[in-house]
Design a protein around this ligand. Structure first.
Ligand code: NZQ
Ligand code: ZN
Length: 384
C-alpha cells in the first residue's frame, strides 16, 4: 500500500425528511447569504426547492436562485453564477440536484474567489486553493460529487469536458434523503448505478500491490450495487434499496476505498468525450465504454480481472467477469454500443483528437495503462 493522506470533512446527514435541516446546516457552516443552484426543474416539480427555501427562511437566511444547470454542466452558467455571487455578496452555494448541479456549484464557489478565468482550474493552468463553502441536497445517486472534491464542467467553446479536484471543493455538508430519488426515470436511475460501479472499478484497476483492505471494500460495494440495482429498476419506490445504493454511491467516491493505491480513470476520460460530443448521460456513456476498455486493458494484468470475476461475479476467467458486467448493465437498461448513444464510426478521429490532444493534452491518457492515439482509436472501434 502507498502512503496517503485522507481528508474527508463533509458532514453527511442521511435519511427521510433530512432536507428540512438545510437552513440549520447552512447557518452552522457560516452561510449568511445563499445561492440555491439547481437544474432543469425536477426539484421544483417535486416540491423540494420550496422545502429548501422554507428551511432557509426559518433560519432568516436570505437567498437567491440560479436554475437551468444542464446534465453535463456548461461553463456559461458558471460565469453567470460567479457574477451573481460577486454582485450580491453571496457567501454560500447550496446545490440541489445531482452531479451536474453540484459540480456547477463547486465551479462557481471556486470562481468567486479567483481573479482569473475559472476555466484555468479545468484546463490545468491553476489549482483551486480557496472556494466559497458549498452544501448539497442530493436527488440522484450517481456521480458521488456530494462527497468528493471533484468537479466536471464542459466548456462550450470546443465542447471540452474537463475535471478539477481540490480539498477546498469538498462540500461542507451533504443531505442524503434516498426518498428524493424515487421520482427518477428508470433510465436515469440505471445511469446512476452504472456511474457508481464505474467509480468502484476505476479504483479496483490498480498497479499497487498488497491493497487487500481497499480491494475488499470495493468488492463489497460492487456486490451491493449488483444486488440492489435490479431492485430499484423493478420497484422505484423500494426505499431500502435506494438507501443502500445512495450510501454506496457516496462511499464509492469519497475515496475512502481508493486511498493508498494507483487508480485507472481511463474509462472516465474516454467517456467524457462521448458525453461532450453526443450530450449523452455520463452513466450511459460509461456502460458502452467500460467493457471495451476492460477488454483492451486485460492483458496488462489478467490476474486482477480474474480476481474481480471470481469475487464479484462468481466466474473464473477474466473474460467471463467482463461479460457478466456487460450483461448486467444491459439488463438494467443501459446501452452497449456507440450507435445507441448517437455515435458513428466517422466520429472516432474527432473523439480521439479531443481526448488525446484537446485543451493542452500531450497525446496520451494515463491510468492502469497509458493509452495513446492508436490505443484510443482501437477502443472506440470496439464500441461500434
Ligand atoms: O435537471 P433536472 O430537472 O433536475 O433533471 C435531472 C437531469 O436531467 C434528473 N434528475 C436528478 N434528480 C432527479 C431527476 N429527475 C427526477 N427526479 C430526481 N430526483 O436527472 C438528470 C441527470 O442529472 P445529473 O445531475 O446530470 O446526474 P448525475 O448525478 O449523474 O451527474 C452527472 C454529471 O456529473 C459528472 C458527470 O460527468 C456529469 O457531468 N461527474 C462528476 C463527478 C464528480 N464531481 O466527482 C464524478 C463523476 O465521474 C462524473 O464525471
Ligand atoms: Zn463517473
Amino acid at each position: 500500500m502507498d502512503n496517503f493522506t485522507f481528508y474527508s470533512p463533509t458532514k453527511f446527514v442521511f435519511g427521510k425528511g433530512t432536507e428540512s435541516q438545510a437552513g440549520q446546516l447552512v447557518k452552522a457552516f457560516g452561510g449568511t447569504k445563499v445561492l440555491i443552484h439547481y437544474g432543469g426543474g425536477s426539484a421544483v416539480r417535486s416540491g423540494l426547492i420550496d422545502r429548501v427555501k422554507d428551511s432557509l427562511s426559518k433560519e432568516d437566511i436570505p437567498f437567491m436562485e440560479l436554475s437551468g444547470v444542464k446534465p453535463n454542466p456548461r461553463s456559461g452558467l458558471v460565469y453567470e453564477g460567479i457574477d451573481l455571487c460577486k454582485a450580491n455578496g453571496i457567501d454560500f452555494v447550496l446545490a440541489v440536484g445531482g452531479g451536474s448541479a453540484i459540480d456547477s456549484s463547486k465551479a462557481i464557489a471556486a470562481g468567486v474567489l479567483y481573479d482569473g478565468d475559472f476555466w484555468d482550474f479545468y484546463s490545468g493552468k491553476a489549482s483551486v486553493q480557496n472556494a466559497l463553502p458549498v452544501g448539497t441536497v442530493l436527488t440522484i445517486a450517481a456521480a458521488g460529487s456530494e462527497g468528493s472534491g471533484d468537479s466536471v464542467i464542459t466548456k462550450e467553446e470546443g465542447m471540452y469536458k474537463r475535471g478539477t479536484g481540490a480539498e477546498a471543493l469538498r462540500p461542507k455538508f451533504s443531505i442524503l434523503n434516498p426518498g428524493l430519488t424515487t421520482t427518477l426515470p428508470a433510465y436515469q436511475t440505471a445511469c446512476g448505478i452504472t456511474d457508481i460501479m464505474a467509480h468502484l472499478y476505476e479504483r479496483y484497476l490498480t498497479n499497487t500491490k498488497d491493497v487487500e483492505v481497499t480491494d475488499r471494500l470495493l468488492e463489497a460495494l460492487l456486490i451491493t450495487m449488483k444486488n440492489e440495482g435490479p431492485k430499484v429498476i423493478k420497484d422505484p419506490n423500494d426505499y431500502q434499496a435506494r438507501a443502500n445504493i445512495m450510501w454506496a454511491g457516496t462511499m464509492a467516491h469519497t475515496n475512502s476505498c481508493g486511498v493508498g493505491r494507483s487508480q485507472d480513470w481511463n474509462s472516465h476520460a474516454i467517456e467524457h468525450e462521448l458525453s461532450a460530443l453526443y450530450d449523452c448521460a455520463h452513466g450511459a456513456g460509461l456502460a458502452v465504454t467500460m467493457p471495451a476498455v476492460f477488454k483492451y486493458e486485460l492483458g496488462h494484468d489478467r490476474a486482477r480481472f480474474e480476481q474481480a470475476a471470481r469475487r464479484i461475479w462468481g466466474y473464473q476467467t477474466a473474460e467471463e467477469g467482463i461479460e457478466a458486467f456487460r450483461k448486467y448493465l444491459t439488463s438494467i437498461g443501459m446501452p452497449s454500443t456507440l450507435g445507441e448513444l448517437g455515435g458513428k464510426e466517422e466520429d472516432i478521429p474527432v473523439l480521439v483528437k479531443n481526448l488525446c490532444y484537446g485543451d493542452g493534452r500531450n497525446g496520451t491518457i494515463s491510468g492502469f495503462v497509458t493509452l495513446n492515439e492508436e490505443d484510443c482509436t482501437a477502443i472506440y472501434k470496439m464500441m461500434l
